[in-house]
Design a protein around this ligand. Structure first.
Ligand code: SF4
Length: 493
């Protein structure tokens, strides 16, 4: 049960003060800028509930404060490029960084691993002292040759630079150009060394830029000769965690759209090449893929729009907004699809809402989830009492105001200590965050769901995903294990 404390603005501001009190003055001053409560709007804006962008974001973490962020390499290899399934992605540098990303995230894909798909395979140039001293370009060339011989059905190779590559100044672009001629396949050098930027966010940006320079603008590829249809769209920024992109694609196809590319969950390099032919880019994770959507808009005239497929309220609103970009036929289809799934939504709500209504949730996740999942919880009658992002920018916090009510606790790049103290004081009924936060929270006796990877479950997108989402939240919160938390000898006889 959540502790009976008012989640009011004053209570949350007091809590922030108490938590900051543990820091030395300099750290306190820096961290204070990242913690706030959602403010009232100065003037009413349609669809916006509060002002969340008063926190500072996308700033270097304070040294010594345990951040939960990742690095630029994680943003490029782990998020954007890694899921492109028919390419091999070399973690270029020492073995350690690649080890951490072993098996990738839970980006589901079709294909035969090791034959025509390679997402869960981890490839590294395994730098040694010699490579640091004398340079690793030759080793990289040899690795590309070996990979191409071992996996002849690969459609290309990306080079994901780890920190030492940038430090010793290896020329991965020259190697890429040379080997592209040798093996006649696309090779993409990505300078995503972990030290660049303040978090994984710059890695997303760099990865997008390399899609622009080394794929979209480097020749038409699969786009050549493709005759675009009037309903051709791309799904951008869906990484198919637990099958999310598949459950989204079903809905778009049911309303009559033709998905010609799905990035980068279950993506092929041909889909990336073909994307500029589409009539509309539908972007789910704005933070990690907005850069390439803006480029496609400017260079190729493809407009883009954000959508949200978490929970029935947002799914219906998004389907209607997407359909509004097309003709009356698509709009009628959208209404029919929303009506078709309503019995499923009613059944899910009838089963789970009575078990979840009024439960309080704290979120701390990455790209879009700290705001996009909020209405899925609301659809189940649950309440969000705190939310924050690992690597957001100001425009993400601006968008958060669409979902979050005034007085909600907001924490940017929250440290392990701060999050623990917030959870301890608020004692929500559920925390949704990542693996690094999971066991601490559970040891505090508080139910937890991993909201990066769906805790080995999913999909959570689309109507099918909503049923799974509701079941999983119920399993976490109403699990009988929480009734066994107190030591038996502490219970009265
Ligand atoms: S910060 Fe550098 S060394 Fe650390 S995981 Fe990222 S790329 Fe590797």
């Amino acid at each position: 049960m959540a502790k009976d404390i008012a989640d009011s603005a004053e209570a949350n501001l007091k809590l922030i003060e108490e938590v900051l009190a543990a820091y030395p003055d300099k750290a306190k001053k820096k961290r204070a800028k990242h913690l706030a409560v959602a403010q009232p709007l100065t003037e009413a804006e349609p669809g916006i509930q509060s002002k969340c962008d008063t926190v500072k974001s996308n700033i270097k973490s304070v040294p010594g404060v345990m951040t939960i962020r990742g690095c630029a390499y994680a943003g490029s290899k782990g998020v954007v490029w890694g899921p492109v399934k028919d390419m091999l992605h070399i973690s270029h540098g020492p073995v350690g960084c690649g080890h951490y990303s072993w098996s990738q995230r839970r980006n589901y894909y079709t294909g035969t691993t090791g034959v025509d798909s390679f997402v869960t395979m981890q490839v590294t140039t395994d730098f040694q002292e010699n490579d640091i001293v004398f340079g690793g370009d030759k080793k990289l060339e040899k690795s590309i040759d070996e990979l191409n011989e071992l996996f002849p059905l690969n459609k290309g190779i990306s080079i994901q630079s780890e920190c030492p590559i940038g430090l010793i100044g290896d020329d991965i672009e020259a190697v890429s150009k040379k080997k592209m001629k040798d093996i006649d396949k696309r090779i993409v050098p990505v300078r995503c060394e972990g030290f660049r930027g303040v978090s994984q966010s710059l890695g997303h940006h760099i990865a997008n830029d390399m899609i622009r320079d080394w794929v979209l603008e480097a020749g038409e590829g699969a786009r050549a000769g493709y005759v675009a249809g009037e309903y051709d769209v791309n799904i951008i920024g869906d990484y198919n965690i637990g099958g999310d992109a598949w459950s989204s694609r079903i809905l778009l196809e049911e309303i009559g759209l033709n998905v010609i590319a799905q990035w980068s969950g279950d993506a092929t390099i041909a889909e990336i090449e073909r994307a500029p032919a589409a009539k509309l880019n539908l972007i789910h994770c704005y933070r990690s893929m907005s850069y390439i959507c803006r480029h496609m808009e400017e260079k190729h005239g493809v407009p883009w729009m954000e959508y949200n497929f978490f929970g029935p309220s947002q799914i219906a609103a998004s389907l209607r907004a997407i359909a509004a970009k097309f003709d009356a036929k698509i709009q009628a289809n959208a209404e029919a699809v929303i009506a078709k799934y309503q019995p499923l939504v009613d059944a899910v709500n009838a089963k789970y809402k009575p078990r979840l209504e009024g439960k309080k949730v704290m979120l701390y996740v990455g790209g879009l989830r700290p705001r996009h999942v909020v209405d899925a919880y609301h659809d189940l009658g649950m309440e969000i009492v705190g939310t924050g992002y690992e690597f957001a920018h100001n425009d993400d916090y601006k968008r958060t105001g669409h979902y979050i009510k005034e007085g909600t606790l907001i924490y940017d790049d929250v440290s392990g200590y701060e999050l623990e103290k917030f959870v301890e004081a608020i004692r929500p009924d559920l925390v949704g965050s990542g693996i690094k936060e999971k066991y601490n929270t559970q040891k505090m006796g508080i139910p937890f769901r991993q909201m990066h990877s769906w805790d080995y479950s999913g999909p959570y997108h689309g109507y099918d995903g909503y049923a799974i989402f509701a079941r999983d939240m119920d399993l976490a919160i109403n699990n009988p294990v929480w009734g066994m938390f107190d030591a038996p000898w502490k219970k009265s006889a």
